[in-house]
Design a binder for this molecule. Structure first.
Ligand code: NI
Length: 391
């Protein structure tokens, strides 16, 4: 049995209600106005100082305990995804094409439950900053909050975040020191050739042939230029050209994504890709425009803070329920920008109900739903982490 905080367990129905209310009213990147207002009103109700509009729609709650110098930041993302919910239960989304399919509704509920508990029993020494972040799903809300002075206005010695994880059983936690999620980058290539009649190819410079060669050659960067011990993904996901069977088009577009766990490897990827596409295009009498957009850097956990977080997880669910060597994923998380500024730990909390009768859906699936049983677990972790860190 997990070692949960009894007051949090006693209030779990209240926070399950808040979680379901958020689920029914999802808001996407930088539009989290109602969500932010609900968070702010709850924090105020519990006597927590509230700051709104940080990095757009971000909300920060500041709670001071007994006099002390140390400060901790706890982050919950609060945005939903632009997709139609496929569930029909009572708390399903009331907003068309918007859905909490990543469980950020649950992340908010867990952090609110912890905030209330800490506000009522502020025996800790120092300051807790509750960071409710907008636009985690590709909107770089963390970056916006930092640019808006997050860490100058609300100093944090370390920052922590939790993400629910389908595929891991409820009642378990997993994390690891070092890289846990990858950098996320988008590339866009335009091959400029010379269009013309398909029956007279000698008068054209065919951008489709050049694009095909570029797509093949790009795959050599992972297999031939990257150390076998480094993990990298390069996926070409878009290839567009042409309008008719008898026309050689003027240009072709290629697009896709690159994921890496390290910045030097990312720099190498960008450089090699650029020269491959430019020189390959040139070899076919075409030219190439290459754009590389770095959306999110790798999420890298600090060894010392991760060791502390792991100890706290073990105190909540027991040694056997904590995986200290979680497999990193090639997905990305913009909490990475906070971890690049302050040491800390990003961790997974298992989401799958124990009962095999419960149907399970992955993150971003139209039938996904956050498991409410996690609220007392996540909130107990937050409270114990605050006490352990500030002690
Ligand atoms: Ni998410």
């Amino acid at each position: 049995m997990a070692n949960l905080i009894p007051d949090i367990v006693a209030r779990s129905a209240e926070f399950k209600g808040i979680r379901r209310l958020l689920h029914a009213h999802p808001e996407t990147a930088f539009e989290e106005h109602e969500t932010g207002a609900l968070i702010a009103s709850k924090l105020k109700e519990w006597g927590i100082e509230v700051h709104c509009g940080i990095g757009g729609t971000g909300v920060v709650g500041v709670l001071r305990g007994r006099p002390g110098d140390k400060c901790i930041g706890l982050r919950a993302d609060m945005d939903a995804l632009p997709m139609q919910e496929g569930n029909s239960f009572a708390h399903c989304s009331r907003h068309r094409e918007k859905m909490h399919a990543c469980g950020h509704d649950g992340h908010v509920a867990m952090l609110l439950a912890a905030a209330r508990q800490l506000a009522e029993s502020s025996e800790f020494k120092g300051t807790v900053n509750f960071i409710f972040q907008p636009a985690e799903e590709g909107g770089s809300g963390a970056k916006r909050m930092i640019a808006d002075g997050l860490f100058e206005r609300f100093p944090c010695d370390a920052v922590f975040a939790l993400h629910n994880w389908p595929g891991l059983a409820a009642g378990t936690f997993a994390t690891r020191p070092g890289p846990i999620m990858a950098s996320c980058n988008e590339f866009k290539i335009t091959i400029h050739g010379k269009g013309g009649h398909a029956a007279i190819p000698q008068q054209s410079n065919d951008p489709i042939l050049a694009a095909a060669q570029v797509v093949s050659a790009l795959q050599s960067v992972v297999s031939r230029n990257t150390s076998p011990l480094d993990s990298v993904v390069l996926s070409v996901t878009r290839l567009q050209a042409g309008t008719g069977f008898n026309i050689i088009p003027d240009s072709a577009q290629i697009g896709g994504t690159v994921r890496t766990f390290s910045l030097p490897v990312l720099d190498m990827m960008e450089k090699r890709m650029e020269s491959i596409c430019k020189l390959t295009a040139q070899a076919h009498g075409c030219s190439a425009e290459f754009r590389f957009l770095r959306q999110s850097i790798p999420t890298v956990n600090d060894a010392e803070q991760t060791a502390l977080a792991l100890d706290v997880m073990r105190s909540v669910v027991g040694q056997d329920q904590v995986n200290a060597e979680a497999e990193p994923t090639m997905g990305a998380e913009d909490f990475a920008f906070m971890l690049a500024k302050r040491p800390g730990c990003y961790a997974f909390i298992g989401n799958d109900a124990q009962s095999p009768a419960t149907e399970r859906f992955g993150l971003h699936h139209p039938r996904y739903d956050f498991n409410d049983d996690l609220i007392p677990l996540g909130a107990s972790y937050w409270v114990k982490l605050v006490n352990a860190f500030l002690d």
